[in-house]
Design a protein around this ligand. Structure first.
Ligand code: ZN
Length: 228
């Protein structure tokens, strides 16, 4: 996924030891704005606010590097005990208004933000429970389309689906499948090669072997020797 960078020169606090433990989702409260338009707005004039990323239906623009502190969820009083600007990454989703005047996100904006959150979770080993709303940090009604818990839960379940097959999911040792001999771990290649040579797999590029299956084959091979 491509991320454009258009870094602000003023709206951030530099840091040498920022640890990214939370991802905070916001909405821009605009109607028809773009990621690049926001990046321009925050670029060189002090706005006393910022975010690390702006997302619209077409692209993602980074405005503050992950290791620097963006000004997205600071407040006088907090609802969340730990999440602050200095340990979180702020993502602003560009919003739209429907005919009734209600804010919503276009599907493309949702998808782009999910991709970005997924990448950041993997990069910084951030668990899904630490992906939160601005509302969860300060009670501010942001992102308005997700203040309703049911809507927020829909977003989280999309995120959960996107995480399947990503590195974070792999770390749990679940769902990972080896599809060809090069993906099979070295300790098992000899065994799996025997099975391939025997014609056990209809398609050698779709082995669909889980780690558990590979282990069983290797144990069998070492125990009784797979007949070839
Ligand atoms: Zn916000």
């Amino acid at each position: 996924m491509e991320i454009k960078q258009y870094l602000t020169t003023v709206n951030y606090t530099p840091s040498t030891n920022k640890q990214n433990k939370y991802i905070v989702i916001h909405y821009t409260a605009n109607n028809g704005d773009t990621a690049q338009g926001n990046a321009n707005y925050f670029h060189s004039i002090n706005r006393n606010a910022s975010a690390n990323y702006f997302v619209d239906e077409n692209e993602i623009v980074q405005v503050v590097p992950d290791n620097y502190i963006a000004w997205h969820c600071g407040a006088k009083t907090y609802k969340h005990p730990y999440c602050r600007n200095n340990n979180s990454i702020g993502i602003e989703m560009c919003s739209r208004k429907d005919k009734k005047g209600n804010y919503y996100f276009k599907d493309g904006t949702v998808n782009n933000s999910i991709q970005l959150v997924c990448d950041l979770m993997n990069k910084y080993n951030i668990p899904i429970e630490n992906v939160i709303r601005h509302y969860d940090v300060t009670k501010k009604l942001c992102p308005l389309p997700y203040i309703d818990d049911a809507e927020w839960n829909k977003y989280k379940s999309l995120l959960r689906t996107a995480l399947k097959g990503s590195n974070l999911e792999d770390k749990k040792g679940e769902d990972k499948m080896y599809q060809n001999i090069n993906e099979v771990p070295e300790w098992a290649r000899n065994t799996i090669n025997k099975l391939i040579n025997k014609g056990c797999f209809p398609d050698v590029n779709k082995l669909a072997l889980t780690n558990e299956m590979v282990r069983i084959f290797v144990i069998m091979d070492r125990w009784i020797g797979l007949k070839v």
